[in-house]
Write a protein that binds this ligand. Structure first.
Ligand SMILES: O=C(O)c1ccccc1NCC(=O)[C@H](O)[C@H](O)COP(=O)(O)O
Length: 186
């Protein structure tokens, strides 16, 4: 079985990005939704994408395509809460998607970066897509959730923050270790 895909969303500084790379996260998300406490301006986003280049997968995250417009051609994947024609789309929803054709990923996300965990419906297993679970995950619950739902990947934001928008190294470390198990020594 392939290794669990782990994404951290809402990176706002180069320091947080370096933590994500060092700790072995597969992907990081830059928030483009205007109301998000993790919103990055275009200059910061460009700087982060230069640091990320070839070292970690990059996502631009917005509710709608217009929110990610300035970044959409500079990231690996666009994560949206609506369907759109982009080269690599991660569609996020908390209802069954109408179509999964052409999707890179489908995210089950009822949280929208609020840190709220809600019961995950059984129909998620019927969705024919690479399935990433998001919403209210944290170092304390992630192992159990992965064990129970067997997603292809997981995504976290609030659960690895000391306050909204501020990632915490120790929480990021304990989250990925809990999700994947500690790295073997040597
Ligand atoms: O993070 C946000 O502020 C946000 C705002 C609006 C739409 C989506 C948002 N985040 C998207 C993500 O991919 C989060 O990682 C996901 O919702 C999980 O969030 P959390 O429950 O805080 O771990």
């Amino acid at each position: 079985m392939s290794e669990l895909f782990v994404k951290v969303c809402g990176i706002t500084t180069v320091e947080q990005l370096e933590w994500a790379i060092e700790l072995g996260y597969d992907a990081m998300g830059l928030m483009c939704a205007p109301h998000s406490p993790r919103l990055v301006d275009i200059g910061t986003a460009r700087e982060l994408l230069v640091h990320a280049n070839g070292r970690i997968q990059t996502f631009a995250v917005g509710l709608t395509l217009d929110q990610v417009e300035p970044l959409k051609d500079h990231v690996d994947t666009v994560q949206l809460y609506e369907s759109a024609e982009v080269k690599s789309l991660a569609l996020a929803s908390d209802t069954p998607p109408e179509s999964t054709e052409g999707l890179e990923y489908w995210f089950y996300d009822a949280s929208h970066g609020t840190g709220t965990f809600s019961e995950i419906p059984q129909w998620v297993h019927d969705v024919d897509a690479r399935f990433v679970l998001a919403g209210g995950l944290n170092p304390g619950n992630v192992a159990e959730v992965v064990e129970q739902y067997h997603p292809d990947g997981i995504d976290v934001s609030s659960g690895v923050e000391s306050s909204p928008g501020t990632k915490d190294y120790a929480l990021m470390k304990s989250f990925i270790e809990a999700a994947r198990g500690p790295k073997p020594r040597g």
